[in-house]
Write a protein that binds this ligand. Sequence first.
Ligand code: CMC
Length: 423
Amino acid sequence: MPSDTLTITDNRNGKSYEVPIEDGTIRAMDLRQIKISDDDFGLMSYDPAFLNTASCRSKITFIDGEKGILRYRGYPIEELAEKTTFLEVAFLLLNGELPTEEEHEKWRQEIVVHTMVHENIKHFMDEFHHDAHPMGILLSTVGALSTFYPNAPNVSDPVNRRLQMVRLIAKMPTLAAFAYRHRMGMPYSYPDNNLSYTGNLLSMMFKMAEPKYEVNPVLEKALNLLFILHADHEQNCSTSAMRSVGSSRTDPYSAAAAAIGALYGPLHGGANEAVLRMLRNIGSPDRIPHLIERVKAGEARLMGFGHRVYKNYDPRARIIKEMANKVFEVTGRNPLLDLALELEAIALEDEYFVERKLYPNVDFYSGLIYQSMGFPVDMFPVLFALGRTVGWLAQWEEMVLDSEQKIARPRQIYTGHDLRHLE
Ligand code: CMC
């Protein structure tokens, strides 16, 4: 008998089955042959929230949650964070290799020519309430982009597909900045294509009456690094939404709008905003024990802590914590930092968190940096979405090209009424 198989004995009828094991995985469809009668549907696996189900094969991002390892296309996140720009990482995620100097320049030009949005997008944004959450504005506007590009649903054409991908990556900073300016009641500021991807975002957000916005290189670099850290994270909630919605062969803007909706939630990308609100609510160190007690009693969650995959530490959190000091040298120390450090120290010593392997995740410190840089709290998930768009698109295209993929359509265990009739 080959060793890379699994023998399953069905104790209901004593029959045995041999199922191949490939890459440490069995195919759920191989269970279907396990039946106790001819009209039996066959065995299914039940996995709410996909705790132990691989939904695809992917070459993009590798995570080892026990060891705290994160790699894009084989490169450690630490090396990419130190030595590359966000646009280089975007190229890497989308194409599998880092760009040569020539490819980099061509890629930069490709992005730059698509940073503008149709003037009607501006009018569309104008109609949102003055205090609309910018993530809601972003979600709706990205969805609305599909109406401006009628060819977008033609996802089988590689040239057309790539054009839409470039458009979305290029326009995200413009949409994010416009959402912010609308919120602030300020006139929109158009893209400055002589600036870097992150420099242009800073300019579009914070430029006032000056003819040319002076980008602070430390802040530009910090934002670049934060976007690299957020660029992809394999099959997380929003990426799964992107793949799942995209599997119906809808256009990438509509799929990305769904992904933004998933990211918006406080257990996912909304956590960076929730951390800041939590720290503000705590207010002073003497109130930390009270929060910890509430968390242990199941009345609250410690936002920015815990992860489905990382059970040791989140390598992104470590890089962000190290970078924070450089930002604070420019912006001044965020007064909430000491509170965050103390909260982390207390939680890491506490048996509740130790037992459950709960550590600070990427969202614990990123909000403190964003806040110090002048971003309002509700822009934090928008910034997360900006970085993650590249990962969504890389994963979406991989799904479109994967001959094993079909429309995503899970099964259920029906627990409702048996057949019944109206009186
Ligand atoms: N505070 C307190 N308890 C927690 C926390 C937390 N932040 N996270 C998990 N737990 C407990 C949970 O109550 C459970 O305890 P018990 O076994 O007694 O029932 C145990 O730890 C396992 O938790 P889980 O809910 O089964 O874990 P999960 O893998 O389903 O959830 C998570 C992962 C990230 C949603 C969760 O840890 C969480 O809610 N964290 C706070 C929100 C957050 O920071 N999210 C950002 C995640 S990283 C970036 C991103 O993905 O966007």
